[in-house]
Design a protein around this ligand. Structure first.
Ligand SMILES: [Cu+2]
Length: 106
């Protein structure tokens, strides 16, 4: 019985550790031809995860911002980046003019 209690305590402790990591992820939808939400604010260190939901190919590229990155052109799947620098990121799809979003990192 004592061993079970120790295992349970360990499970609770690891679950508590997992919560902050989950909280620090923000999911963005990549649609045809729009990012949802169009504007979002996250805390520094948040991992932003773009999820392709449309049928056309798109990419995720920083047009201006404290960090530069660019995903491949893809029609499905995901792309993730951890944003470690505060500031305003203008994100665009380089294929579709006007397909853009703003991410503010605080
Ligand atoms: Cu696009």
């Amino acid at each position: 019985m004592k061993r079970l209690a120790v295992l349970a305590a360990a499970a609770v402790a690891s679950a508590a550790l997992a919560v902050p990591a989950l909280a620090a992820t923000k999911t963005i939808t990549v649609g045809d031809d729009v990012f949802r939400p169009k504007a979002v604010t996250v805390k520094k260190g948040t991992t932003v995860r773009w999820v392709w939901r449309g049928t056309s190919p798109h990419n995720v590229a920083v047009a201006s911002g404290p960090q530069r990155f660019r995903s491949q052109v893809q029609a499905s799947g995901t792309y993730s980046r951890r944003l470690t620098r505060a500031g305003r990121y203008r994100i665009v799809c380089t294929i579709h003019p006007g397909m853009e979003q703003t991410i503010t990192v605080r």
